[in-house]
Design a protein around this ligand. Sequence first.
Ligand code: ES4
Ligand code: ZN
Length: 324
Amino acid sequence: MKNFIKGLPKVELHLHIEGTLEPELMFELAQRNKVAIPYSSPQAVRDAYQFHNLQSFLDIYYQGANVLITEQDFFDLTWAYLLRCKADNVIHTEIFFDPQTHTERGIAFKTVIDGITRALEQARTQLDISSQVIMCFLRHLDEDAAFETLAQAMPYRDRIVAVGLDSSELGHPPEKFARVFQAAKKAGFLTVAHAGEEGPAQNILDAIDLLGVSRIDHGVRCVENAELVKQLAESRMPLTVCPLSNTKLKVFEHMGQHNIVDLLETGLCVTINSDDPAYFGGYMTDNFVAVADAHQLTQQQIAQFSLNAIEASFIEQAQKVTMS
Ligand code: ES4
Ligand code: ZN
């Protein structure tokens, strides 16, 4: 089954580029940029990755991003991820970046986006991997900061397909960003949002109704509202589910308890994604294998996750036809 999964063409729709920072590269960049990090070795970094909820992860994740300073750093980070994509037969990826994690430290928006998109362009020609970029607002920061970030993104409008919402879900519901999302839509961006990861099913409904999202990131807590599950199935609203993330952050205690297969069988457009693979123990193939092993998936079910991801992607319609 592992070989079938590895060879299956895959599309990734939920990936934080800052979450692909492997401990070895973190060390290399810390040295290169003379940034102090509170670890003695890459192994010590890995040992520190014991999380009990989303916040305990985010604290360590934002700290890790401090080693990213130059355009070349963002290129190296993104290129390393794209080589993993190639090894896993990921043929298209839509990556998130969090500009505020960097601009708050005095790194220019331009430095971040130029490094990321230079790697994505190189992957288009050298690795045959297509891509899109989604800019996320940090929901623990305020509405003004999100508006400022949206203004900074305007010169790069042609490189960013959508805006999203990530970071601490509890205490920061979708309504906090309704006006920013309205402005982003007016400027021509598609929208997505993390919802129903740690927060209630109501956040999924509000992301749809107040933020006008095209996809829900995570969304696994939709099962707490039967009417919502029916609506998601009928509308084929995609859920970008991240199995290893969910078990690492204790959204589910074990992979066997994960509801992704139930959602698939109920007819929802669920997809498998890696979220923050350097922190959660695996890239795309690992996530597929973890679900397939725990739930004894058939090849047909596994392939359906890939078909769903093509359907849910922001690839041009004409390109989708040739992919599927
Ligand atoms: C994230 Cl797993 C997860 N949830 C919310 N925000 C995030 N940012 C990076 N990973
Ligand atoms: Zn995420």
